[in-house]
Design a protein around this ligand. Structure first.
Ligand code: DAH
Length: 359
């Protein structure tokens, strides 16, 4: 049989066989026997060297035509069988596995909620309870019971949102200057009133923290928000000293900012504690050397604290000769800013997902 005749037979038989194949696997077997390494057509192409000089171009041309035809037929059949097998699989199950899944965006807690939860967990680990208090407070709980003198500047309507009785008419000048519009109901300016509410409800020993919103008539800027989150802490027990305050708050600071951050206790004044202090943590950006972020101080203020003033204990009906305690208060937004080196607190109140998704 001549090479050309042989090619004709291979072409006819193979095309016929391709049209009859029912599975991708069978089709692939056929492909191997014809155009695979040892396939019948491959062998003809390989043996071209044994042909005479006149025969070679004719056989070569025909062999290439046959190979192209067979390869095209194999491809068409492969696509047809693949589509058929897919639709069979789809029909066999109720699930359409060919559809790409619909991914749902997954949300997570806001960075401030994460920090509140983290602080709660640190203190729950030390045996503290988590207390709650009202946002709308009375002047007594927010100021008076906490030893704030009548003329303390924070009582001014410029520093506190008073809830004014709408049935009382105020002259226009009073409204303009916000003078005299002081009622005994206000939006709490701090979480400290929860100290008093807890001491009234529970007998010592008291180990509690209380996170929640507070409100101040401040114009929002990089360091101020008119509404923010504070976390209050209060311990009342026998024999509590400044050493307990320091050990507890150092533990908290390391848990929040890492073991390499140092703390510094600076004397300060708060009406409800005596002595009082402010606590700074070494700057995380420069490590305490001084940089733009810490205003070249090397330190960043994180909270206020002190030993509970005996007057406050007395106001709560607790004998200051038997019990002593410490208290502290800090801003969750500030902790977030210090931990993540945020340049502007207002970022935290936007709903900008590009910002929020980072935490
Ligand atoms: N209430 C204070 C403030 O808003 C923070 C604070 C300071 C709370 C000292 C305390 C404390 O309990 O002991 O600035």
């Amino acid at each position: 049989m001549s090479a050309i005749e042989n090619l004709e037979i291979i072409e006819k038989k193979t095309l016929d066989a391709i049209s009859k194949k029912a599975t991708l696997e069978e089709l692939d077997q056929l492909r191997i026997t014809v155009v695979g390494k040892k396939g019948s057509l491959t062998q003809i192409l390989r043996s071209m060297g044994t042909l005479s000089a006149e025969e070679r171009p004719l056989v070569g041309k025909r062999a290439n035509e046959v190979r192209e035809k067979i390869e095209a037929a194999l491809l068409t059949k492969k696509e047809e069988l693949a589509a058929k097998e897919l639709s069979e699989r789809i029909e066999a199950s109720a699930l359409d596995i060919s559809l790409p899944g619909r991914s749902r965006p997954q949300g997570h807690a806001h960075v401030i909620s994460q920090i509140v939860k983290e602080v709660e967990e640190i203190f729950i680990g030390l045996g503290y309870t988590v207390e709650d208090g009202p946002y709308v407070e009375t002047e007594y709980y927010n100021f008076t019971s906490l030893n704030a003198p009548k003329d303390h500047p924070s009582r001014s309507p410029r520093d506190t949102f008073y809830v004014v009785d709408p049935t009382v008419a105020h002259p226009k000048e009073e409204i303009d200057t916000r003078k005299n519009i002081i009622s005994d109901v206000l939006l709490r300016t701090q979480t400290s009133p929860v100290q008093m509410r807890t001491m009234e409800k529970q007998c010592p020993p008291i180990y509690m923290i209380s996170p929640g919103l507070v409100f101040r008539p401040d114009t929002p800027d990089a360091n101020h928000l008119p509404q923010f989150t504070q976390i209050e802490g209060l311990v009342i027990d026998k024999g509590i000293t400044f050493g307990d305050l320091r050990g507890t708050l150092d533990h908290m600071t390391r848990a929040l900012f890492g073991n390499d951050r140092r703390t510094r206790y600076r004397p300060h004044f708060f009406p409800f504690t005596e002595p009082s202090c402010e606590i700074d943590v070494s700057c995380g950006v420069c490590g305490g050397k001084g940089c733009r972020f810490c205003n070249h101080a090397g330190w960043l203020e994180i909270l206020g604290a002190g030993l509970v003033d005996p007057n406050v204990l007395q106001n709560a009906g607790i004998d200051p000769n038997v019990y002593s305690g410490f208290a502290f208060g800090m801003g969750a937004e500030r902790i977030a800013a210090l931990r993540y080196n945020l340049p502007d607190l207002r970022l935290l109140t936007t709903g900008d997902m590009r910002f929020l998704e980072q935490f």
